[in-house]
Design a protein around this ligand. Sequence first.
Ligand code: CP
Ligand code: NVA
Length: 309
Amino acid sequence: MNPRHFLDIDRLSGPELRSILDRSAAMKQARQGLPRGTPDPDRPLAGRLLAMIFDKPSTRTRVSFDVAMRQLGGETLLLHTGEMQLGRGETIADTARVLSRYVDAIMLRTGRQGALDELAEHASVPVINGLTNVSHPCQIMADIMTYEEHRGAIAGRRVAWVGDGNNVANSWIHASARLGFELRLGCPEELAPTKRVLGWAEKQGAQVSLSADPYHAVADSDLVVADVWVSMADDPGSKRHNVLAPYRVDGKLMAAAKPDALFMHCLPAHRGEEVTAEVLDGPQSVVWDEAENRLHAQKGILTWCLLRA
Ligand code: CP
Ligand code: NVA
């Protein structure tokens, strides 16, 4: 049987994503009141081992996957590419074949989507995308879960993405098509998502639109989402900051959204750059719930991959 990979939102169906989200919420509910260090009442991944390979830094992804595995009864191995033979030229395909003999699943964070695809092609165990230069699907699962916890079904709602049309934006585009909400992107022309992903959304009949005007994107939206101006894949430099300055989410821009609109950011955040402290730390912001839900969403993803649940 082929392993069940979690590589990108567009590679799963709406019902598959919905079943992961529902189980994530149920598992969160099931451990209400339990200390964080105790396992879930049901330990469905007892005896299972997840290898986590990081080619880039991480706080949330690394810790939430680790804690999720522990709470589900399993264990993790933390690997950094620079300390593996991968860093000395061993191929990804051979690494996939070898790790598949030791562990039950592999999570990879890498700058190259091609590396993730190659790993998945040659692994005989599930591979999970822990962020690439072009997508961040685990993050969007936590984001949708967070929206629905606060406001109910996301289908039919209007979400505004403001700033760089980056990897996280791409996963939001995928989710819009699969889960049936409107996505309005407000991005500078030179940092807009690629024609490829926008063309894919159009073919899917998704309600995704692009504008260079952040106020147009945010108008009457139920949720405003921002991300860093300089992603791990980008060269830092003042040019991006100059181009993105009009897209900073401040109180004035938030006021263009619906009065009860939420604000999300996958974090890490840079207060005063892509979002003001007033918004990030303000009453509409749900960023800490969003970060917590990475843990619960990982559980839905891990059990979907490993138990085919
Ligand atoms: N949001 C997110 O993926 O955070 P980390 O880079 O800390 O994992
Ligand atoms: N777009 C950001 C997300 C970090 C979680 C990056 O790729 O650095």
